[in-house]
Design a protein around this ligand. Structure first.
Ligand SMILES: NC(=O)c1ccc[n+]([C@@H]2O[C@H](COP(=O)([O-])OP(=O)(O)OC[C@H]3O[C@@H](n4cnc5c(N)ncnc54)[C@H](OP(=O)(O)O)[C@@H]3O)[C@@H](O)[C@H]2O)c1
Length: 225
């Protein structure tokens, strides 16, 4: 296990949503200072109060920019259609920080079909726009929000962590472990395309086999290597 040793201040942009809210719950419970961000600071504060009651520890709520400014690590958890604008909207607050992108490039209505953007990966395009001053790491795209929200349940899915900066990746692997997940260094950011595509595969499996809490993936073989 490679858990982080010190509390980190984490801002989850779009933390009023299902995926970001679930990550916020898990990191708050692990002892990190967590701020959820929203386009509407009032909505963030209201939602943060609900999450605080669930987590049993304080989760703060702020506007997206304010949250990003206050954080050491920023998480982007908004729909694909809002990914670029949300990140660029707080761009100067990301300089020198790690941005964990959870975005999956789903294109409704056919979300069970892989539709990666030109160039292959949504997060690679984001890294190109933000530039090298922001260390973008892709993770958690295959973790269902249902599983994150159920704090009493073990998460039945591994986390693939992709990024071009190994030290940044290591921190995200540690944060995943803090949240109760098994995470793997999955190579450079370009490899995020595989995790982004896998989500549509999992959505198709969820529908076919009626898996309400969300199917997942496991990496096998490494423990006996
Ligand atoms: N749900 C899952 O199980 C799951 C699993 C893996 C990955 N993901 C990925 O994680 C991301 C978030 O998923 P989610 O299910 O949490 O999404 P969501 O609930 O639909 O949206 C999350 C938040 O994004 C903000 N948002 C929505 N539309 C926006 C827009 N047009 N512009 C700016 N902000 C907007 C909203 O916050 P405010 O209105 O408060 O600003 C919303 O609460 C997506 O990219 C998704 O593919 C989701």
């Amino acid at each position: 296990m490679t858990k982080t040793s010190n509390p980190i201040t984490i801002a989850v942009l779009g933390g009023t949503g299902h995926e970001g809210g679930g990550l916020a719950l898990r990191w708050a419970r692990a002892g990190h200072r967590v701020i959820i961000g929203s386009r509407d600071g009032g909505r963030a504060a209201t939602h943060a109060a609900d999450l605080t009651a669930t987590a049993g520890t304080t989760i703060e709520g702020m506007g997206n920019r304010e949250a990003a400014a206050a954080a050491q690590i920023v998480v982007l958890a908004v729909p694909f259609s809002a990914q670029m604008a949300t990140a660029l909207g707080v761009g100067d607050e990301l300089i020198g920080k790690i941005l964990i992108d959870v975005t999956v490039p789903l294109v409704p209505p056919k979300v069970g079909r892989v539709q990666l953007p030109g160039g292959g990966s949504a997060v690679v395009l984001l890294q190109e726009k933000l530039g090298e001053a922001v260390k973008v790491v892709a993770a958690f795209q295959n973790i269902s929000a249902h599983q994150l929200a159920d704090l009493d349940r073990e998460i039945d899915c591994d986390v693939l962590v992709s990024g071009d900066d190994e030290a940044a990746r290591q921190i995200v692997v540690g944060l995943a472990e803090d949240g109760g997940m098994l995470a793997w260094h999955a190579g450079p950011l370009a490899n995020s395309a595989a995790a982004e595509a896998l989500t549509s595969v999992l959505i198709s499996i969820n529908r076919r086999y009626k898996i309400a809490t969300g199917s997942g993936i496991r990496i096998t073989g490494a423990r006996s290597a």
